[in-house]
Ligand binder design. Structure first.
Ligand code: TIU
Length: 223
């Protein structure tokens, strides 16, 4: 089926497509979490939850596997490079006790996916120590097992974990489609720039399309 995407329509087969929802975690999206501690306006990110929920529901209805990622670390921080933990002067560092448990630590409340976008029991959830979801995870073998060729991306933040993962996927031979209104940045100008650079030069990294364009292709309304 054809998705009305930029920079040109994208042909995808739902049987070889998966949706990856990146890091829609309380620590990034809710007030009092890690994202807010870095000085960011988390309300911008909260605003995409409804569109992301619609995309997830539409993919589930079309039989497209939904994969969720969470940026988090082991309680002993053995998978967190000091260069990541010690960067800058945030009020909270990874592993510190915060209002939603230890910041970005697996199993803590803040590392959980926001309730409106929770994974179903049979959906794959990948805990990742880096910005890219392929680094130090089993995402690659998992997608190979599914026979995935095309990846639809949603989540946060557009220019950090989403773009990094799209670039990793693009280099691994996947066709990558980013859902424009199911991704957001703390910096609107960075989101706009990331969308533009992804689809520049004839989809050098991939395609972008609104959630409605994706959903209407997956579930066309009978005339
Ligand atoms: N998931 C993700 O993007 N992690 C970040 O730390 N992003 C920021 O923009 N800070």
């Amino acid at each position: 089926m054809k998705i009305d995407a930029q920079p040109f329509p994208l042909d995808l087969d739902p049987a070889t497509t998966a949706l990856i929802v990146i890091d829609m975690q309380r620590d990034f999206i809710e007030p009092g979490g890690f994202g807010a501690s870095l000085g960011n306006n988390v309300a911008l990110l909260q605003a995409i939850v409804p569109a992301t929920a619609r995309l997830i529901a539409g993919c589930r209805a079309a039989g497209i596997p939904v994969i969720h990622t969470r940026e988090c670390h082991l309680p002993d921080l053995s998978d967190c490079p000091p260069a990541k933990r010690l960067r800058g002067a945030p009020s909270l560092r990874i592993g510190d006790p915060g209002p939603m448990g230890r910041v970005l630590i697996a199993g803590e409340p803040g590392a959980e996916i926001v309730p409106d976008l929770a994974a179903l029991p049979d959906e794959k959830v990948i805990d990742k120590p880096g910005k890219g979801a392929f680094y130090a995870t089993d995402l690659g073998p998992h997608l190979a097992g599914l026979g995935t060729k095309t990846l639809i991306f949603a989540g946060v933040t557009t220019e950090v974990c989403v773009q990094t993962t799209m670039r990793e996927a693009n280099d691994r031979g996947f066709e990558c489609l980013l859902a424009e209104d199911a991704t957001e940045s703390y910096f609107p100008e960075f989101k706009a720039a990331a969308l533009a650079m992804i689809r520049a030069q004839g989809a050098i990294v991939g395609w972008t399309a609104p959630v409605d364009a994706i959903l209407s292709a997956l579930a066309p309304v009978d005339a």
